[in-house]
Design a protein around this ligand. Sequence first.
Ligand code: B1M
Length: 222
Amino acid sequence: MEQLYSQLADCIEFGKINQAAPYPPQFKGMPGADELTQQLLAEGASAGDILSKALIIGMEKIGVKFRENKVFVPQVLMSAKAMSTALVYLKPLFAQNGSDRKGTFIIGTVEGDLHDIGKNLVAMMVEGNGYEVIDLGTDVTAEKFMAAGKEHPDAVIGMSALLTTTMGNMEKIVREIKAAEPNRKVCIGGAPVNDAFAKKIGADSYNPDPQGVVEFLNAMAS
Ligand code: B1M
């Protein structure tokens, strides 16, 4: 069984979706995330173990490589795709036992901003690291974030902005959330924002990359 976990972690790290997938070339003809996840479940592995012993390990490795500029967006998207493939089999099992999840993360790109590639990467990486993710999409208003927050009282809220012009909306949204719920944890990210901006607007954390968000959430959950 340990060998299968390790093989599945490699599939996530290198973006091997299924046996038929031609990418990555060095894994050609080998089983991918799809087959290995099914095999592990058939052999009695729990969804939680598959997540923690394989999927999270693989996603952590690709997350760190991405941070260090050793891989780029396409590789991360392939890893995320491999992970989503595995999660298709695990999601129904998590739905039966919510306690397998480490917590809930609400994410959206702020009002006025339609960029979602980075936000999607963060969402996938967080999901792959064991959290339930509520993805509100793009152009998300304070009202939408707060409505989702009401439904998930313990969730951390994450916001992405890619435009200098929508940084003002991010500030407005964070201030509205904090005025209504001072204890709600809010983290921000996106190319034009930084730590100083996060402090200025009252966000709890700025993270430059998806792995940073995962580490922040892990720290909050522990
Ligand atoms: Co737009 N765009 N765009 N664009 N676009 C930028 C951002 C821009 C820098 C290009 C430029 O001028 N050089 C510029 C912004 C300038 C500025 O404000 N300083 C710009 C502009 C001006 C615009 C429009 C206004 C153009 C126009 O219409 N005149 C317009 C705005 C539309 C709108 O949002 N209302 C616009 C539109 C678009 C497209 C629709 C064509 C498309 C978006 C498609 C999509 O997202 N589905 C697009 C794209 C693709 C880009 C560039 C080329 C790439 C952005 C991207 O996806 N990067 C971008 C230029 C560039 O960055 N080279 C540009 C890859 C992605 C993985 O990185 O999103 O930074 P990023 O996410 C990173 C981190 O920032 C971080 O993690 C990710 C992975 O490391 N991160 C978080 C992101 N969110 C996080 C949240 C966190 C933590 C980390 O915690 C919650």
